[in-house]
Design a protein around this ligand. Structure first.
Ligand code: FAD
Length: 278
C-alpha cells in the first residue's frame, strides 16, 4: 500500500514546527522517525494532508543528567542512542532505560524510531510509555500557547491517544529521580514484536529491604496503567508473588483476559526479582 497524497514540510527548529502545525490545522501531523506513522499512512489508517518533518531539529536530539540526579531526554533521541549510551550518562540509576530498549522492535527500528514519537504515539504496550508512567516522568510540551509540563500519569488517555493537542510538540521527557531498582520485562510472540503484556516496576529499596514501589502494566487496558493494588502489597511488606497475584487480580484485559492475567502474574514477579538484583 502507498499513503494517500500529502504535502511535505520540513521544520528547522521547535518554534518553526509549532508554527507550521498551528497554521496547517488538524490535517497536519509531525513525523519524527516515521516508524509508526508511515506504516499507518501506508495502511490508510492515517491520512494527514500535511506532514511536518521534525527529524532535523537538532535541539531535540540530546540526553543530559540534571543537577538533582534526574535525566532529560530530547524527543528526537532514538531508542538506539539510549541503548548505546555512548556518553555513559545513564549509570546504574537509569540502567533500566538502556536495558528496556532491547525489547523495542529490531535494530533498524531502534535506529530511526524516537523516544518522543513513541510517547506521542501512546501505544498501550510501548516500553517508553510504561517507563514514563512507572518512573513518574514529566513530559515537556510546546505549543502556540507556550510550554507546559505534563505528568506521565495525565498524559496517556486511551488507545493511541495522548494529552497532546494537534498543534503541540512533545519536546522532552524528564525523569526527575534516579531509579536504580527498576526493571521492565515482557512477553512477545516473536522477538521484536510488540509485547502482549509488558510489566515494569520501580522499587524503593533501603538496606536491601523493599519498602514499596510502583508497578505498571502495558497490554491490559487502552493505555499503560499503574496497579495500586499491587503497590499496596509492596508497601505492606508482602512478597513479590503476592504483589504479582494482586496485579493479576486487579486487571481486566479486554482481549484474552485469562491468558493475559497469567502473563501479568509471571511478569510482575519477574520484574520485581530483576529489580532487586539489578
Ligand atoms: P513517528 O512514526 O514519526 O510518529 C508517531 C506518532 O507520533 C505520529 O502521530 C506523530 O505525529 C507523533 N509524533 C512524533 N514525534 C512527535 C513529537 N515530538 N511531538 C508530537 N508528536 C510527535 N515500539 C515500541 O515501543 N515497542 C516495540 O516493541 C515496537 N516494535 C515495533 C516493531 C515494528 C515492526 C515497527 C515498524 C515499529 C515498532 N515500534 C515499537 C514502534 C517504534 O518504537 C516507533 O519508533 C515509535 O512508536 C514511534 O517513533 P517514531 O519516531 O518513529 O514516530
Amino acid at each position: 500500500m502507498k499513503p494517500a497524497p500529502f504535502a511535505y514540510h520540513r521544520a528547522r527548529d521547535v518554534d518553526g514546527a509549532v508554527r507550521l502545525l498551528a497554521g496547517l490545522g488538524d490535517d497536519a501531523k509531525a513525523v519524527a522517525g516515521g516508524q509508526s506513522l508511515v506504516a499507518m499512512m501506508n495502511y490508510r489508517l492515517a491520512r494527514p494532508r500535511h506532514l511536518v518533518d521534525i527529524a532535523r531539529i537538532r535541539e531535540l536530539d540530546r540526553m543530559q543528567r540534571d543537577a538533582s540526579g534526574g535525566l532529560r531526554i530530547g524527543a528526537l533521541t532514538t531508542h538506539h542512542t539510549v541503548e548505546r549510551d555512548e556518553q555513559a550518562l545513564l549509570g546504574r540509576e537509569f540502567a533500566v532505560l538502556r536495558r528496556a530498549m532491547e525489547w523495542v522492535g529490531h535494530l533498524p527500528i531502534r535506529t530511526r524510531g524516537t523516544v518522543g514519537g513513541s510517547l506521542a504515539h501512546a501505544d498501550a504496550t510501548a516500553e517508553w510509555c510504561l517507563l514514563a508512567l512507572v518512573l513518574r516522568a514529566e513530559l515537556l510540551v510546546r505549543g502556540p500557547r507556550g510550554t507546559r509540563s505534563v505528568p506521565a500519569a495525565d498524559f496517556f488517555h486511551g488507545y493511541y491517544t495522548s494529552d497532546l493537542a494537534p498543534d503541540e510538540l512533545l519536546v522532552e521527557i524528564h525523569f526527575p529521580r534516579p531509579a536504580p531498582h527498576a526493571a521492565l520485562t515482557e512477553f512477545a510472540e516473536r522477538r521484536g514484536d510488540f509485547g502482549l503484556v509488558v510489566a515494569a516496576v520501580d522499587l524503593d529499596v533501603v538496606d536491601g529491604t523493599v519498602h514499596g514501589g510502583r508497578v505498571g502494566l502495558g497490554g491490559v487496558a487502552a493505555a499503560v496503567v499503574r496497579v495500586p493494588e499491587a503497590e499496596d502489597v509492596l508497601a505492606a511488606g508482602g512478597s513479590f508473588a503476592d504483589c504479582a497475584a494482586a496485579a493479576a487480580a486487579a486487571v481486566d484485559p479486554p482481549d484474552d483476559p485469562a491468558y493475559r492475567r497469567h502473563l501479568v502474574r509471571t511478569l510482575v514477579r519477574r520484574a520485581c526479582e530483576e529489580a532487586v538484583t539489578a
